[in-house]
Ligand binder design. Sequence first.
Ligand SMILES: Nc1ncnc2c1ncn2[C@@H]1O[C@H](COP(=O)(O)OP(=O)(O)OP(=O)(O)O)[C@@H](O)[C@H]1O
Ligand SMILES: [Mg+2]
Length: 240
Amino acid sequence: MNDILIVDRLTLRRGNFLLEDVSLSVSEQEIVALIGKTGAGKTVLLETIAGFNKPDCGSVLYQGREIASIPIEQRNIGYLYQDYSLFPYMTAGKNIGYCLKMRGCPRQEIRRQVLEMAERFGITGILQQYPGTLSGGEQQRVALARALMMRPRLLILDEPFSALDPVTKRRLYGMIREIRDQFECSILFVTHDFQEAQELADRVGVLIGGKLQGIVASSDLFRADWNDNTRVFLGLEESS
Ligand SMILES: Nc1ncnc2c1ncn2[C@@H]1O[C@H](COP(=O)(O)OP(=O)(O)OP(=O)(O)O)[C@@H](O)[C@H]1O
Ligand SMILES: [Mg+2]
C-alpha cells in the first residue's frame, strides 16, 4: 500500500516541551489512532503534521511532498480541532462552506454542496444556527462536515469523540469508517480511550513525553513488546 503521509525523525521544541524524533507513516485509506496522556504532545504532533508548525528537524511528507512546500490552498488535509474551533460569527452552514467560498466557488454551488454534506451528517436543521447555540455533538458534526468539504485525502481528528455521550459516540464510530470508505481518505486521530482506538483504527501509536513509543496493529495493542513506561501507561503493569 502507498503511504500518503511519511513523518521522518520529526523534532520540535515548544517552550519546555520537546517532540522528539517522531517517525510514522499512514497508508492510503488507513485509520491510525494516537493515544497518550494529557500533555504528551498529541496536538502539537498533529498540528506539525498538518503544516501549522515548522519542525526544528526532520520532515513531513504528504503525498510525497514536504508539507511546508505545498501552498496552503493545495494542502488538502481535513483538520478537526480538539475544541472544534468553529468560526463563532458565522452560521453552521457558512462554517461548512467557508473553504469553498475562499476558493471562489459560486454561491449556488456552495449552497448545493453544503446541503449535500449536511444531509450526510443529519444537520440540515441547524445550518442557520451560530456555533454558540449548538450542542457539543452538533458542533462536532459541523466541524467534521467543514473538514471534509475539500474532499481531503487525509483527515486529522484531534479527540473527535471526547465531548460526546456514549450513544452519540457509538453512532459516530460507524461514521468514521463510512467516511474513510466514501471519501477514500486516510484518517489520523487522537483519543484517550484505548478501546476506541482499538475498535476504530487499523494501527495504534503511543506517545509518551513527546516520544512515539511505537505503532502496532490495533489487535496487538495490549500484547506488543512495549517498554516499561508504555506498559504502565496501558495498565499492563503497576508503576514502581
Ligand atoms: N506554544 C507553546 N508554547 C509552550 N508550550 C507549549 C506550546 N504548545 C504546546 N505546549 C506544551 O506542549 C505540551 C504538549 O501539548 P499538547 O497540546 O500537544 O498535549 P496533548 O497531548 O494534546 O494533551 P491533551 O490530551 O491534554 O490535549 C504541553 O506541555 C504544552 O503545554
Ligand atoms: Mg491535545
